[in-house]
Design a protein around this ligand. Structure first.
Ligand code: GLC
Length: 591
């Protein structure tokens, strides 16, 4: 299931960090080599939406030099890598996800020299840079598509998905080839009057889908991936990767049925469809194996040692489907397919969280989980989990689940400050086209894309010009400057959690064992190394104070030393009685 379906269901509505890796330095000892190779296994990755992070030239749009200026902030937070959403030239219909040149930099974001400078400065600070790789579609302004639509005989014609209409004649275009829908609403087919065929687009009309049955498309993307790897990037986040292929028989998608077997209608009044004929087809695995083999074998520039990671945008229905995305030892696919199972819970439900975390612990073998709770496509944590009273405490709980669980953690810029979702109030202010189309039922994704809140100066320090999206009024108190060095701030909480993740063996390498499993109010778990080091984590998922008993269940002693606790929390005298304030967190080391 893709994110648009989920959001439609929910959206209406100090320098403590320790950078462990010497990216730019030659690995001397074998342990260094191992840590370089495995840098991604317990890593912390921040997603940066470059348009909204930091503007350096006053045009109101964030840019690469802006990111470079803020690298010290990322280092003090303890971030290992940044994933940049697309920075390539683009008509910006889908804010970069409609790419017109895969090997350039969008002028509004800077130049290739600015990119190289960002890489060099990030490298100095041991921060890796991960690019977005959009292989499902390009912009309709990409030269390949302009060629493709020029004539049916053009060599690029079969780089994209073209089809005759149903009942088409010499004079009548007929009906769309089948009932497939765009994720942004309406039919997925657009008529081309010049060549008299329809093109297929899973997303906006201006984002024609590539034809992945064409080997030339495979080669083109292997070359693009090689281009960026040679520039030293640490990997890619593969966009909309599950939607590369379509049913070869072009069969209609089936309607979604409710419990009584009746078709379910969506916000646009149309019957909802299961997109089984255009999503998660098995051929995607072959492509990813091919891309991974090409990247693993081909490029090992010594200036940038360490594994190049493949991250997948993998919205999947269950853990079994997620497990497949890792591939096998012989034919690996993603290092880190995103685990969006928890992202989809959308309420503070300890039982549901526990079930998903148990799934991850048992369902993906020895692979590394990549938990992710929000991003540029989904309302921020406050809008999906907050109760309006304890939002900051709830954000602290979510940060703890993310950063104190096993695996690699990915969070969205501004989460560490508690930035709030701020959707536009008027249709005419909406920038994301899907928000205009579905207004007012769904207001699009502007609300989670507002500028980074750096300080309490004009425009939150994001720009000296007019910001492309308004800065939310919360910036006067929710900002990096106000939170830095403040013991009880969310930013400090993130810094401390990241430091623990990097420095404490139980967090760095321990497994996750759920405790007190019948408790519907409190989520508690044990992180334990193979040589028995133990840390306990307990998160209250309710607005009432709770007391839990964490003894037993493999916990070796009756007492533990507090490592971290929420404001207002206490140090338990015994693990029989750990007291948690409303939405409180306690983390302790078993002594
Ligand atoms: C992914 C991106 C989203 C984009 C879509 C189409 O889901 O995260 O922002 O609109 O793909 O490229």
């Amino acid at each position: 299931m893709h994110w648009t379906k989920r959001i439609a269901a929910c959206a209406l509505p100090l320098c403590l960090g320790v950078a462990t890796l010497a990216i730019g330095q030659a690995a001397s000892a074998s342990t260094d080599k191992a840590s370089l190779r495995d840098w991604w296994k317990n890593a912390v990755i921040m997603e940066i939406y470059p348009r909204s992070f930091q503007d350096s030239n006053g045009d109101g749009i964030g840019d690469l030099n802006g990111i470079t200026q803020r690298l010290d902030y990322l280092k003090s937070l303890g971030v290992d890598a940044i994933w940049l959403t697309p920075i390539y030239p683009s008509p910006q219909v889908d804010f970069g996800y409609d790419i017109s040149d895969y090997q350039g930099i969008a002028p509004e974001y800077g130049t290739m020299a600015d990119f190289d400078k960002l890489m060099a400065e990030a490298n100095k600070r041991h921060i890796r840079v991960i690019m977005d790789m959009v292989m499902n579609h390009s912009s309709d302004k990409h030269k390949w598509f302009l060629e493709s639509r020029a004539s049916k005989k053009n060599p690029y014609r079969n780089w994209y998905v073209w089809k005759d209409g149903k009942g088409q004649t010499a004079t009548d275009k007929g009906d769309v080839p089948n009932n497939w829908r765009s994720d942004f609403g309406g039919t997925a087919w657009e008529w081309d009057a010049t060549t008299r065929q329809y093109w297929y687009h899973k997303f906006y009309t201006e984002q024609p889908d590539f034809n992945w049955n064409n080997p030339k498309v495979h080669q083109a993307f292997k070359d693009i991936i090689a281009f960026w790897l040679k520039k030293g990037v640490a990997g890619f986040r593969f966009d909309a990767i599950t939607t590369l292929f379509e049913d070869p028989q072009w069969r209609d998608d089936d309607p979604v049925l409710d419990k009584s077997g009746q078709p379910v209608k969506g916000p646009d009044g149309l019957v909802e469809l299961n997109d089984t004929r255009t999503n998660n087809l098995p051929e995607v695995h072959d492509v990813m194996q091919e891309m991974r083999a090409s990247a693993d074998k081909g490029f090992k520039p010594s200036s940038y040692p360490g594994t190049r990671v493949f991250i997948g945008e993998t919205y999947l229905p269950n853990i079994a489907e997620l497990a497949k995305q890792y591939g096998t030892a012989e034919n690996p696919e993603f290092h880190l397919p995103m685990d969006t199972q928890i992202l989809g819970i959308n309420k503070m439900d300890a039982v549901a969280f526990r079930a998903k975390l148990n799934d991850v612990e048992t369902g993906i073998g020895n692979n590394v989980p990549l938990l992710v709770f929000d991003n540029h496509d989904n309302p921020r944590i406050d809008a999906r989990y907050g109760d309006g009273v304890h939002n900051e405490d709830i954000e602290r709980v979510l940060a703890t689940v993310l950063l104190a669980s096993k695996g690699t953690a990915l969070f969205y810029f501004g989460d560490e400050l508690g930035m709030k979702t701020t959707p536009p109030e008027r249709k005419e202010d909406v920038k994301d086209p899907v928000g205009r189309r579905m207004w007012p039922f769904y207001k699009g994704r502007d609300g989670e894309r507002t500028p980074m809140q750096w300080d309490d100066s004009a425009n939150a320090g994001f720009t000296t010009g007019t910001p492309w999206l308004p800065v939310p009024p919360t910036y006067t108190t929710v900002n990096a400057k106000a939170e830095e060095g403040k013991p009880d701030s969310l930013l400090t909480w993130y810094q401390k959690l990241i430091e623990l993740k990097k420095t404490h063996a139980a967090f760095a390498e321990g497994n996750n064992l759920m405790l007190d499993q019948d408790n519907a109010n409190v989520l508690s778990w044990l992180r334990q190394t193979h040589d028995g080091k133990q840390v306990l984590v307990s998160c209250n998922f309710t607005a009432d104070a709770q007391t839990v008993n964490l003894s037993g269940g493999g916990v070796k002693r009756a007492t533990a030393k507090t490592l971290l606790k929420s404001p207002g929390g206490s140090d338990p005298a015994s693990l029989n009685s750990v007291q948690l304030p409303p939405f409180g967190v306690w983390i302790g080391e078993v002594e």
